[in-house]
Write a protein that binds this ligand. Structure first.
Ligand SMILES: Cc1cc2nc3c(=O)[nH]c(=O)nc-3n(C[C@H](O)[C@H](O)[C@H](O)COP(=O)(O)OP(=O)(O)OC[C@H]3O[C@@H](n4cnc5c(N)ncnc54)[C@H](O)[C@@H]3O)c2cc1C
Length: 473
């Protein structure tokens, strides 16, 4: 059931799990616990729909390089940021887990169910086009968790969602969290539970733990690197290009994954490890260029120095035989970055300090992006399947200025690892040296690879739900 405020009569009932946040991470965990016959309460800071006053509580400072602002890059309402997400889905690669405590096989068992929550097919093919270049397949989800799961949640007697209820900090006794202190309609209410799951997104998870540590010095170790090793995917225009559909089909008849929609490429694992590079993905999205403005511009530029080729390309374009347009790229950032979240002096309306994100673009990310794109451009020339032009930013290895959507995949800050010196949560997502506090979401990722995070976030939510079921048993 969904309520606009905390209903005290329901707090006395036996709900063994309290979840903070109703985004993909929180709702997926609650839905899976429900299937296991386990009740949960979700406290959600936002309301059912977009609310300007509530959203303004999502502000915060970014110090350093350019990123999308903290109030524009997430959504504070039922369903969380899935209300504005793009829906691109693909699971992590096995090599993404090199520095993790767990391996891909540990979350693979939850992939099928995660796909069913997102209503996508569990079909993520990879095809090796050369030693250096892979073609990869994505699925696209249309699920906005708030509107899509509202009816189910409203009918559920196992899940209670209290909207307009902002968790401010946790209280504890001897490493056991006893209460979540929640601000509801300007009243501070203590909510008890046995297990507490923090699923408030890639900035708030760190912010809440940092504030809880200040409020309650014995709860969280002062060594825990809360807020540290923060990462995101710079999402940039790496260049422009044309790739011939028919040639790709002919040349790679058995290997080319031919389907409608955007085409995606990534450097092979071998190429990355030989060159010691971070990973990235490259996307050509013809549908974005509905009036073919981009495509025509690219062909005009080519025609200036190669008129014959230009004419040929115009013909191919008319016959819809080209993938043509910007090359968009998601770039991996180094998990050992010095980027971090700290607390500001300024506070929000509930008296919690606003977050400060300290961020500098990493040189190794830009270097890796240039090498990968050059290798893809060479591959197109060698196989005579197209031509790619790198953007000036990348050629000159400047700071990348043409960020298309940088700062949308907030990750790290409460990363998984062996102990409190190098990480915040353990392999079961439990905060080190606490007995019953867990963190869900991309803040726990040890590294972020190139893939969009939400599918993996949901796999982890299902893994945690299984763990809690085992603990309760
Ligand atoms: C423009 C855009 C496009 C994106 N496109 C994609 C994509 O194509 N593919 C992909 O995989 N990912 C994409 N993402 C990222 C995706 O939206 C996130 O990975 C996903 O929403 C994270 O889920 P979450 O539940 O961890 O956090 P969120 O969705 O941010 O949910 C957190 C929830 O916690 C609530 N909350 C916060 N603080 C508190 C508090 N103190 N007390 C109570 N509740 C609180 C919030 O209101 C919110 O409902 C995109 C993001 C953006 C901004």
């Amino acid at each position: 059931m969904i309520f606009n405020e905390i209903k005290k009569e329901y707090l006395n009932l036996d709900s063994p799990v309290l979840i903070v946040g109703s985004g993909p991470a929180g709702i997926s965990a609650a839905l899976d616990l429900e299937k296991k016959n386990i009740s949960s309460i979700i406290v959600e800071a936002g309301s059912e729909f977009y609310d300007e006053k509530s959203q303004s509580q999502y502000e915060g400072q970014i110090i350093g390089d350019k990123l999308e602002s903290l109030s524009q890059s997430r959504l504070r309402q039922l369903g969380g940021t899935s209300g504005i997400w793009g829906g691109w889905c693909r699971p992590f690669e096995s090599y993404d887990f090199e520095k993790w405590l767990i391996k891909k096989k540990d979350i693979d068992p939850f992939l099928e169910e995660a796909c069913s929550i997102l209503e996508i097919q569990n079909n993520f093919r990879t095809s090796s086009l050369s030693q250096d270049v892979n073609q990869i397949e994505y699925q696209y989800s249309n699920i906005q968790f708030g509107s899509h799961y509202k009816e189910h949640l409203n009918k559920s007697d196992k899940i209670k969602i209290f909207l307009n209820s902002q968790l401010t900090y946790f209280e504890s006794v001897n490493g056991n969290i006893t209460n979540a202190v929640v601000n509801n309609n300007d009243k501070s209410i203590k909510v008890k539970s046995n297990h507490f799951i923090l699923a408030a997104g890639g900035i708030e998870n760190s912010r809440i733990l940092l504030w809880s540590r200040i409020k309650n010095k014995r709860l969280l170790d002062k060594e825990l690197p809360i807020g540290k090793m923060w990462m995101h995917h710079p999402f940039i225009y790496g260049g422009k290009g044309i790739v011939y559909k028919t040639k790709l089909n002919k040349r790679f008849s058995k290997k080319f994954l031919d389907y409608e929609g955007p085409v995606h490429f990534t450097p092979s694992e071998n190429f990355l490890s030989q060159n010691n590079l971070l990973s990235c993905s490259m996307h050509i999205i013809p549908n974005e260029d509905k009036k073919l403005k981009n495509a025509k511009q690219i062909i005009r530029e080519i025609a200036c120095f190669a008129p014959k080729l230009g004419n040929k390309l115009r013909m191919f374009l008319e016959k819809k035989q080209l993938y043509c347009g910007n090359i968009k790229m998601h770039l991996e950032e180094n998990y050992e970055s010095n980027n971090y979240i700290s607390l500001d002096i300024k506070k929000d309306l509930s008296g919690v300090p606003l977050p400060r994100l300290n961020y500098l673009q990493s040189k190794s990310t830009i270097k890796s992006c240039k090498k990968a794109l050059m290798s893809f451009a060479n591959f197109c020339v060698e196989e005579n399947i197209g031509r790619i032009a790198l953007s000036d930013d990348i050629v000159n290895e400047n700071k990348i200025q043409n960020i298309a959507g940088g700062g949308y995949h907030h990750s790290g800050g409460t990363i998984m690892g062996v102990n409190k010196n190098n990480s915040v949560v353990d392999r079961n997502l439990k905060v080190h040296n606490t007995n019953n506090l867990y963190v869900l979401g991309s803040s726990t990722f040890t590294s972020i690879g190139y893939v969009n995070p939400t599918l993996s976030i949901i796999q982890f939510s299902l893994k945690l739900s299984k763990h809690i079921k085992e603990k309760l048993a």
